[in-house]
Ligand binder design. Sequence first.
Ligand SMILES: [Zn+2]
Length: 206
Amino acid sequence: MVVFAHPDDAEFGSSGTVARWAAEGTEVAYICVTDGSAGSNEPGVVRAELAKLREEEQRADLRRAITREVRRFRPDVMIVPDPQRYWDDSRSYINHSDHRAVGQACMAVANPDSSTRPMFPELLDEGFEPFEIRYLWIPAWEGDADTFVDITETIDRKIEALRCHKSQVGDEPVDEWIRKRAKERGAAQGLEYAESFRTFRLREDD
Ligand SMILES: [Zn+2]
């Protein structure tokens, strides 16, 4: 299960890894927290025109909404945004606060919301029993990481997926960005292209 703030975030963060897992038969759930309606600076584009699904849930408590999806899908691995990232090392980018907000909510979902019965008792009424997340992965754009996934085979699909977000990437040289970053992350591991993660193991295997 991949939880993210904006419609294109998952492509940037972990799509090379997810494409690999999907090719190996892993079932994948994407949980997009916002409707992407603020993702345009074009004059005349109003939020209502861009907004589409799940507005009700977005207005509702974010932690409850994510908890519901975790209890529904009961994922083996949950990939969430970094709740601590304020900027990049080169000081050329300030991280969008939505990414951090979703990361923080996901941490609360991991503990205590998804696993604790008294949290959101209304979810029990909807039939969603508690679930204890085993693996939590946070994409590491830079700096230290403990897990590197070889995405050499899937980087083209990652770029292709990003290009589908035409309103966001337009004619930007996403190929260059993605290849450069994935090359940097893979270099120390002897991999041509990699995505890297900081991972948690929150419970033992059954
Ligand atoms: Zn985003």
